[in-house]
Design a protein around this ligand. Structure first.
Ligand SMILES: NC(=O)c1ccc[n+]([C@@H]2O[C@H](COP(=O)([O-])OP(=O)(O)OC[C@H]3O[C@@H](n4cnc5c(N)ncnc54)[C@H](OP(=O)(O)O)[C@@H]3O)[C@@H](O)[C@H]2O)c1
Length: 309
């Protein structure tokens, strides 16, 4: 059967955000491929995930970002490549570019971003070079490569920052006490993983997003930590006991906590204390997802919190 929609390869499909992209790609009708480092695994949740991919018609390919031949062979089968790799594999994404040139089939590359606009923030802590700095490096290599791209600036994941009201060691919003970072007024952007995946997949065949920055900032999801906590307090009819960690105290925590445990604090500092997610206006190279795709019924932060009532 001929497909009018691009064939999409996801590298990092078994990761936290990768699986949402696989599901969205299938749901939106794209022939979907995943590159797996191993086709067999003794890790039960991962095995279950891979089985669910297969059951939904996803093509499994064996390969590794660091194995050039496997990359070229995988890229030759598709039109679009989305990377959701993290950590040590992040810099090796530049190898995808060489492989894409050799494959000659790739119409869009979406690298592993899914967070801040890393060109529009100051890297305050040397330990953040590995995350923000590497993403910058990968961007520059992609821009030089001539391979069409989209950089997805998603803001914070709801599962990481809404479900716990941006607190540590809880998996649902606290009902008694909460820590507030800084004065709690800096505006962040918080989106569900499903919506981030949907907007990303909607963009892959969209010429308006080619060589652009896709910002996912629906108006109702631009919210400070103070507003997030107040929203939850209203829903549960309780005022939470608040411990305020000042900007200076949080800086000290980041400096004194060993890497990589300090990274989550540094991300909170950037998003919820400095307001790096919202501290700039969009310009001609930027497109906003909710405006571009008004048909997507995105989940608001408020609706997301309702699942915990
Ligand atoms: N905005 C936010 O709130 C937020 C939160 C978290 C993450 N993020 C961003 O989202 C992106 C993805 O992070 P994540 O947490 O979803 O990642 P993750 O869960 O650590 O998953 C990484 C994935 O990459 C795969 N991988 C690693 N090395 C590979 C290699 N050499 N070749 C092929 N595949 C390889 C892993 O495969 P295996 O299964 O084989 O290990 C896994 O599927 C990152 O850019 C991160 O910064 C944003």
């Amino acid at each position: 059967m001929a497909h009018s929609k691009s064939k999409v390869l996801i590298i990092g499909a078994t990761g936290y955000i990768g699986k949402y992209l696989v599901n969205a790609s299938v749901k939106l009708g794209h022939p979907t491929f995943v590159l797996l480092r191993s086709l067999t695994t003794s890790d039960p949740p991962k095995a279950e995930l891979v089985k669910s991919f297969q059951e939904s018609g996803v093509t499994l390919l064996k390969g590794d970002v660091n194995d050039y031949e496997s990359l070229v062979a995988a890229l030759r089968q598709v039109d679009v490549v989305i990377s959701t790799v993290s950590g040590p594999a992040a810099l090796s994404q530049v190898k995808i570019l060489d492989a894409a040139k050799e494959a000659g089939t790739i119409k869009r590359f979406i690298p592993s971003e899914f967070g801040h606009d890393v060109d529009r923030l100051e890297i305050d802590f040397k330990d953040m070079e590995g995350l923000f700095g590497t993403k910058r490096t990968v961007r520059r290599e992609i821009e030089k490569s001539g391979i069409p791209y989209t950089f997805v600036i998603s803001g914070g994941f709801a599962g990481y920052f809404v479900a716990n009201l941006a607190n540590d060691n809880v998996t649902s919003p606290p009902r008694d006490k909460v820590t507030i970072w800084g004065d709690g007024t800096a505006k962040a952007i918080l989106n569900t993983e499903e919506d981030i995946a949907t907007y990303t997949i909607k963009s892959v065949d969209d010429p308006r997003v080619e060589n652009k920055f896709l910002h996912i900032r629906p108006k109702e999801n631009i919210i400070s930590q103070g507003e997030l906590v107040a929203l939850w307090e209203k829903k549960i009819g309780t005022t939470l006991e608040k411990t305020v960690v000042s900007k200076e105290e949080l800086r000290k925590i980041i400096e004194e906590t060993p890497f990589p445990a300090n990274v989550i604090h540094a991300i909170r500092y950037s998003a919820f204390v400095k307001g790096d997610l919202t501290s700039f206006e969009l310009n001609a190279n930027d497109v906003e997802a909710a405006e571009l795709y008004p048909d997507v019924q995105y989940t608001t932060v408020s609706a997301y919190l309702d699942q915990f009532l």
